[in-house]
Design a protein around this ligand. Sequence first.
Ligand code: CU
Length: 204
Amino acid sequence: MKRLFALHAILFGTASFCFAETLPRVAGPMEHVGITFDGTSIVLTPPKATGLAMTRYEDSYDPPADILNGRAYSSQYGWLVSAAFVPPTDSAVWIEVLSQTPGLLTYEGGMRPMRANHTYAPVFGTADAPLRWEWNGLMHHPWFAAETPGDYAATYRVYIGDSSGNPRPAYGDDTITLTWQFVPEPASLVGLLIGGLLSAGRRR
Ligand SMILES: [Cu+2]
């Protein structure tokens, strides 16, 4: 009887934890890629840290954030104005992925506290999304994710383009490479506990 009660307690604890955590987590400090325009060229400032951790949780999110379910992810990197500027007339700032590790997945985010309102739409080549993405000038933390443990990297070009994303060659661009590490986690504690209890029951 005691054993059964313990198992129920663990299952109940897990279920209530999952229901409470319906939004993706925002682990770690923000790491910004600074963006400005000096009148001639885009100028980027690298984030303070690189090789950021992607972490896989036992959470289950509701759509549209469910694209992160079962995957390791991070929203630490973000695009942010480093010095106020006005783009040239009839122009926009575009961010284009030039190369990336196969298996790196990216979804549209925004400001981290606003994550209940993010679209979680695929961007930067994920699920055949365009490689180019128009930046609206606000702080934007995309959701970077992966299914397989390993090292990940992506190189982006930030440039002045027209409303369709065609580069305007009169202006200079800048590039930045971001990196992540998805370190495999040990088997979940809850899974081990339940597995242990079940095998203990079978042994009887
Ligand atoms: Cu930020």
